[in-house]
Design a protein around this ligand. Sequence first.
Ligand SMILES: Nc1nc2c(c(=O)[nH]1)N[C@@H](CN(C=O)c1ccc(C(=O)N[C@@H](CCC(=O)O)C(=O)O)cc1)CN2
Length: 287
Amino acid sequence: MTARLIDGTAVARAVRADVGRRVAELVAGGGTAPGLATVLIGDDPASEVYVRNKRRLCTEAGMADLHRHLPGDVDQATVAALLDELAADPEVSGILLQLPVPAHLDSEALLSHIPAEKDVDGLSTANAGLLAQGRPGLRPCTPAGVMALLADQDVALSGAEAVVVGRSVLVGRPMAQLLLAADATVTIAHSRTRDLAAVCRRADVLVVAAGIPGLVGADAVKPGATVIDVGIHRTEQGLRGDVDLDAVAAVAGAVTPVPGGVGPMTIAMLLANTLTAATVQQGRPSR
Ligand SMILES: Nc1nc2c(c(=O)[nH]1)N[C@@H](CN(C=O)c1ccc(C(=O)N[C@@H](CCC(=O)O)C(=O)O)cc1)CN2
């Protein structure tokens, strides 16, 4: 079997085009263009690429780019004060603190300065709590992007066996909650899981967000399964994921490539969240 490659670049382009159309409608209807404040601390090269792309695509979708860049040696109080200022600024619809922050900063404490209604990354405890309770709220971008890819591919989730490898606050935990809300039977596996391959082989839908290059091979995949690779690693051979793509493609029914799979969806969902935040703040009906 040769798996179908899920084209995240194409799905993300369609999501961004839809967001752009809805931003234009909002403005034409007397509303204000959403404003996205990305906050980058320091000069980590990968983070710089991600934030540059977020800013470019934000502008392309007709939103205001309200970016802030702080030096890598900035202190906790200065970052917290900036987040408070952005929280109080009516031109700012959404705030995103690019992660990871330098090691001397406490990211959890900083995220608590972002109010839930402007938390377009869906990482505040308020939005995480709403997700855990199955109530509406802003969802973390990467897991929301995975759900959008699964919907685009018409992957049936109700009653399906879903295995999420990884338990991070950014991806693994919210991913499991979203799959659960879609009525999948969800298992969370992680670095201490015994016989990981056997657990993964149960999955109709396998989402791998472990941060270990090539962790999942063909032996961990049920024939015909849908495999979603959230990992992204810069190697001498180029960008690679947590999944051994060539080996897994021989067994799976569908698989996301790296690059061009989940990554582009992360930014598309950020723009969708920013539009949702703006429409709610402006008292307009949101989808
Ligand atoms: N505050 C946040 N920080 C981080 C998040 C996040 O969702 N919120 N996620 C990741 C990084 N990330 C977004 O910030 C991200 C990662 C990858 C991509 C992407 O488009 N990848 C491309 C390849 C691009 C390249 O590296 O050349 C792909 O996979 O095709 C977008 C965003 C950690 N931090």
